[in-house]
Design a protein around this ligand. Structure first.
Ligand code: WT7
Length: 654
């Protein structure tokens, strides 16, 4: 290996961290060994982090055999997630702030919501949902800005046993409609508008458009955020603020089975349309709470901030469920890192004396490019730990984060995980492990990573090796199925490498035995930490009347990590103009959402295909990466000359 992993500088944990952290090196070694040798005993003990209504007797029942994949944890126990995140804290910390809400505009006041106030608001929202006919097992879509009501909505669903499915507010009406239909939701909760970076997204209007394509009896519950209201359909639209004012502030939490679904979250795969990842109640909460406490070394009284959106799994596990289960103070931020200027994150850290700060490499790179003065003007002395998530972090960004933001005194936890995993699977622990810029380092408790030969599936033992990353056994936070399509679940994760959970990522285990994630090995790309299926962008493109064929790949992008590179073949007689490029970009944005916006569109008179008609994506990837010296074997192509044209006209010239 001749890259960062062979020359990496190692940063050992500070003596201070090692002394004070929940887990130090010796404790990690002992706990990790036990988590693998006695998973039943280990997880029986750690499941005690949450309050059970009926204690479980059975810890784990897992079968990874293709055709009968089944994953169950604590299956005969019962509990309620909302009671665990709220009610059980009322006696000891009712007046403590549960959520600090920082609005988009710094001139608007922040809110401090106590656990007692959270209880009232969640009960009211739960009763409003009940009055709309929602009951245990029903699906509710949440399409909201980053406002406290988004958290209330999640917890209200959990309280009454409804299954929530959050659709990121940046998704289009079409994408929203697909998810309402895919989950057969009864109610969509939205807000009038979503302010972000000084601009308002018309969420209610988007929802109106989406509901034109769903069942007639879907109801819309509308939270007032800006007051920018346009249309109203009586009998379908319900005014949350008016209903909540009348609703009772008591709502008894529903007793849920550990394996009852808590939420569905749609995420992109390598083929077809997004799939609904299903997480259940008991195991998910245990795992979210435990990883939140240990990875971030959260202690009572700390102020913790994760900058994600609740529309992504990071927001589920590490803004809402993990922190609140631990009785933490969690900060929810409505805005963006660069509004009003590039000091906003650091202003917010100073204002609320943030102790743990968790963000994405794309944000770090964007802010690094703006200059150090935006950080240096702020008092960051409360910061004790930094975290990153979503994509590999490049050593330059890591070093900047460490030196300029952390002043060399804050450990950086580079947390590798996935929507599917519910919580962190690999990360250095701040008091236990050394850090290396760009490395996910060590597995969390109960996680046994295996590196496999991609083609044969043979296990690669030893260090200084590279291959595809699988996990040998289950952990409580693992997804249980794909909503409505268990076959797809089995095929996607358990069919390529028998007996293992296949992550879709490649990885290295370096000479010291530390792990480095090298990125996706499938047709999923990672744009600004957001996962995008190239197949989804392709199907959006070919839905345009002027497009005959399209192939989409990722390419290295300075800020986004990966950009979206599209090869488009037009219908006969269509002119490849700049206007059409713009039109296609807008088209994809409206079909999927702004996060799927193509960065580069190359007109391709033909695409490289095998004689059986399969598009050779490997070649397209190399051209997009500007690495066409390494095209490999093109002799199996039906028409090798198309490659020359693509190279000649590539968009990504260095
Ligand atoms: C994919 C999962 C997990 C919440 C956010 C993304 C990549 C995630 C890291 C990291 C390198 C990372 C992987 C993974 N990824 N974290 N620390 N280092 N790569 O969740 O949308 O489900 O995406 O993101 O490729 O498979 P997601």
């Amino acid at each position: 290996m001749s890259d960062a992993s062979t020359t990496a500088k190692t940063y050992p944990p500070s003596a201070d961290m090692a002394a004070k952290a929940h887990v130090n090196a010796a404790k990690y070694a002992e706990m990790y060994a036990r988590s693998l040798s006695d998973p039943e005993g280990f997880w029986r003990e750690h499941a005690g982090r949450v309050d059970w209504m009926t204690p479980f007797t059975k810890v784990k029942d897992v079968d990874y055999t293709l055709g009968q994949v089944s994953i169950k944890w604590f299956e005969d126990g019962t509990l309620n997630v909302s009671a665990n995140c709220i009610d059980r804290h009322l006696e000891t910390r009712g007046d403590q702030t549960a959520i600090i809400w920082e609005p988009d505009s710094p001139s608007d006041p922040a809110l401090h919501i106590t656990y007692r106030e959270l209880h009232t608001s969640v009960c009211k929202m739960a009763n409003v949902l009940k009055d709309l006919g929602v009951s245990k097992g029903d699906r509710v879509i949440i399409y909201m800005p980053m406002i406290p009501e988004a958290a209330y909505a999640m917890l209200a669903c959990a309280r009454i046993g409804a299954i929530h499915s959050i659709v990121f507010a940046g998704f289009s009406p079409d994408a929203l409609a697909a998810r309402v239909n895919g989950s057969n939701a009864k109610v969509v909760i939205t807000a009038d508008e979503a302010p972000r970076g000084g601009r308002n997204t018309p969420l209610k209007s988007n929802a109106d458009q989406a509901l034109l394509h769903t069942a007639d009896d879907v109801k819309l519950l509308v939270v007032k955020r800006t007051g920018g209201q346009t249309t109203w359909i009586d009998g379908r639209d319900f005014d949350y603020n008016a209903l909540a004012a009348e609703a009772s502030a008591d709502c008894v939490p529903e007793e849920m089975g550990a394996e009852d679904p808590l939420f569905v979250l749609y995420t992109s795969g390598s083929t077809g349309q997004p799939k609904g990842v299903v997480h259940t109640t008991g195991g998910y909460l245990v795992y979210a709470a435990m990883t939140h406490e240990i990875t971030f070394d959260y202690h009572d009284g700390d102020i913790y901030w994760c900058t994600a959106d609740v529309g992504w799994v990071t927001g589920h596990s590490y803004i809402v469920y993990g922190p609140l289960a631990n009785g933490a103070t969690t900060l929810m931020f409505e805005g963006v890192p660069t509004y009003p200027d590039a000091s906003r994150f650091w202003q917010v850290c100073e204002k609320h004396k943030v102790n743990q700060f968790y963000t994405a490499p794309t944000a770090i790179r964007a802010l690094m490019g703006q200059g150090n003065e935006f950080v240096e003007g702020c008092d960051l002395s409360a910061l004790r730990l930094l975290g990153t998530v979503g994509e590999p972090i490049n050593p330059e960004a890591w070093t900047w984060y460490n030196e300029v933001v952390g002043k060399g005194t804050c450990p950086i936890v580079d947390t590798w995980w996935q929507t599917e995993t519910g919580g962190h699977l690999m990360t250095p622990l701040p008091g236990a492990h050394s850090m290396k810029p760009g490395a996910a380092m060590k597995p969390f408790f109960g996680i046994k990573p295996v590196v496999l030969e991609p083609a044969s599936g043979a296990v690669i033992e030893g260090n200084d090796v590279e291959g595809v990353l699988c996990i040998a056994d289950s952990w409580p936070g693992q997804m249980r199925t794909v909503w409505g399509d268990h076959d797809r679940f089995e095929k996607t994760y358990f069919s390529d490498y028998a007996g293992y959970y296949f992550t879709g990522d490649g990885c290295k285990r370096d000479a010291d035995g530390d792990y480095w994630i090298t990125g996706r090995v499938d047709d999923v790309i990672n744009v600004s930490g957001h996962r995008m299926g190239t197949a989804e962008v392709e199907s959006a493109l070919v839905a345009h009347a002027k497009v005959a064929e399209a192939a989409v790949v990722g390419y290295p992008h300075d800020i986004k990590g990966q950009g979206i590179y599209c090869y488009v073949t037009l219908m006969n007689g269509e002119e490849p103009t700049e206007e059409l490029r713009k039109e296609l970009r807008t088209w994809v944005r409206t079909e999927i959402g702004p996060i799927a916006s193509p960065d580069l569109i190359q007109w391709a008179p033909g695409l490289p295909k095998t004689r059986s008609g399969k598009i050779m994506r490997r070649i397209l990837r190399k051209i997009a990466e500007d690495d066409f010296g390494a095209l490999g074997d093109t002799s199996t192509l039906a028409d090798p000359s198309v490659v020359d044209d693509l190279i000649e006209n590539r968009m990504n010239k260095s």
